[in-house]
Ligand binder design. Structure first.
Ligand code: SAH
Length: 324
């Protein structure tokens, strides 16, 4: 049987199966798995943001796609140490579609789990998403002879169908669009604009995306053909921060950044915190901590392609790490 699917439907199905059946961390490493300081700094960021919001209680602390729960476990440890009143006020909500990863998260975190943002109670909210938006499905359009076609998938190959887009572009240019990422950021934006709070989005992609084919697959830790063996590879695409900014502003929120992740983490105290930790441990562990901090911050590592962007209530002011 020939089965034809638009690329975003194919990607949604493939990733749902992938995250339900695989250990993603066998295929790729994320910032919270590299250094405990990453989650600790984001916990401190959330505590400072809560203070700027006027210390509402209760407040929802919300994470999208928490993976193994490492980021949030590190964040909460820091919050309990530096801001016990925030720790007492917060209700933890996790948006996670994979039953397998939910079970891992439940070993480390006490929370309420959700399939989607819409079921999280409406209240002041501090949200964090690290490498979540890049896993959401995209559409791709290709310029062919002065007109646009859209990529569908049939039998493991692209099939092109006519499409109506207004943009101008050079022939063979590939234009990507993630309706899913825009929708979730627009919903978050209207939530914080209505009920107060901020969302911190960390992911990789250009600040202003030009036309480019960024769809990629990792299978068994190595690059693979994204259209083969759906569900056995992790499919991602670069996040289009420009498009997300538009969606958030249209929904009534203020947008800060994006700033390169290296700069953002350095401003939050990545190196000071790492040095302090390194002083109390054996030399081999100390050099591993310092190496991990460099990997998160250096342009050749995750410091430049990865970015941080905040979506906030317009009256909140500039969140920590986003100072001009
Ligand atoms: N934030 C974690 C994990 C990133 S991997 C870290 O930094 O280590 C992507 C995460 O998003 C996984 O937990 C995956 O199961 C989840 N996810 C992917 N697509 C999703 C969707 N449509 N809805 C909810 N969760 C999703």
């Amino acid at each position: 049987m020939t089965h034809v699917e638009r690329l975003d439907a194919f990607m949604a199905r493939a990733n749902a199966r992938y995250y339900a059946t695989h250990d993603p961390f066998a295929d790729f490493t994320t910032a919270p798995e590299i250094s405990q300081v990453f989650g600790e700094l984001l916990g401190a960021w959330a505590a400072v943001t809560w203070a700027a919001m006027g210390r509402p209680a209760p407040v929802a602390l919300l994470e999208f796609g928490p993976g193994r729960g490492t980021l949030m476990a590190d964040a909460l440890r820091a919050v309990r140490a530096v801001a016990p009143d925030f720790a007492a006020a917060l209700h933890l909500h996790l948006v996670e579609s994979s039953p397998r990863l939910r079970a891992l998260q439940a070993q480390r975190l006490t929370a309420t789990w959700h399939d989607r943002l819409e079921t999280v109670p409406a209240m002041p909210t501090i949200a964090i998403a690290n490498e979540f938006l890049d896993a959401l499905p995209i559409r791709q359009f290709v310029r062919r002879g002065g007109t646009w076609v859209e990529r569908w998938v049939r039998d493991g190959a692209f099939a092109e169908q006519p499409a109506a887009l207004a943009e101008e572009a050079a022939d063979d240019a590939v234009l990507e669009r993630s309706d899913a990422a825009r929708d979730v950021v627009a919903s978050l934006a209207s939530r914080v604009a209505q009920h107060g709070g901020a969302a911190l989005l960390l992911d990789y992609g250009a600040a202003e995306a030009g036309p480019a084919d960024t769809l990629q697959a990792l299978r068994d830790g190595a690059p693979a053909d994204p259209l083969q063996q759906p569900g056995d590879a992790d499919l991602t695409a670069h996040v289009d921060f420009g498009a997300l900014r538009e969606a958030a502003e249209a929904a009534g929120a203020a947008v800060h950044g994006p700033v390169p992740q290296g700069l953002f983490l350095a401003r939050l105290g990545l190196f000071q915190r790492t040095d302090r930790l390194a002083q109390g441990v054996p030399p081999s562990r100390a050099s591993a901590l310092i190496e991990a901090a460099r990997r998160l911050a250096e342009p050749a590592g995750m410091g430049r392609l990865f970015k941080a962007m905040a979506v906030a209530h317009p009256a909140l002011g500039v969140p920590a790490g986003f100072e001009p």
